[in-house]
Design a protein around this ligand. Sequence first.
Ligand code: URA
Length: 268
Amino acid sequence: MAEDRPLNREEMLSILEWYRAAGVDIAVGEEPVDRFAQRPPPRVTPPPAPQAEPPAERAAPMLALGGDPGEARALASQAQTLDELQAILGAYDGCGLKLRATQLVFADGNPEAQIMLIGEAPGAEEDRQGKPFVGKSGQLLNRMLAAIGLDRSKVYIANTVPWRPPGNRAPTPEEIALCLPFLQRQVELVAPRIVVTLGGPAMQTVFQTTAGIIKMRGKWSPVSIGAHGVEAMPTLHPAYLLRNPPAKQQAWRDLLSLKMKMVELGLV
Ligand code: URA
């Protein structure tokens, strides 16, 4: 059994680090509360009510699901420009991710670009700087783009969710669904000819599929994102390539395929 003594400095730091890694990054009260010690009140069976009248209908319990995708759609559709969309998204409180993030990570690159890249979610560095793909995977992305003569002045970059999920966890399907109307409007307003998704979650969101990235990568298909039709291809996420360098071979094939698509569409 663990000894019952106060934690020393190292132990406190390591427990704080454990909390941080688990996504606990804000304090909600001054005093700690031991939730394990809080017992539910004992159940008391109420005496049967007299049956003179039929019981009144109870209101359905409310589900604490956070935002409403219908509201998100209505808000996103009001934006006539990317600046308006950014302002609307900045003021939107329907998605809980916003609460834990430092700031909105809206986009980077050229809003006039014909090629749009869609990643998964901002990480720690993106959260600090307010721009997508500026950390380690962003640096690899820059090198991948440079290999086919592209840079951030020739592409526009966004994510499926514009706030960093705490502890870098994957965004949940509910969070993605709430942010999707904003991403769709962003694509409509940029109106690119080509969309490349980076990694499985972005692919599943844009292609509305549950298929895996390894099977789908490198395949082009026409897709509608909001009201905008594009040629789209999924490829591997740079963070995956950092963890699995041999997969860069496949990513290189996808990049060559992107270059060929640009030629085919007269974009180079
Ligand atoms: N990974 C992503 O998917 N998006 C970013 O912006 C950064 C890392």
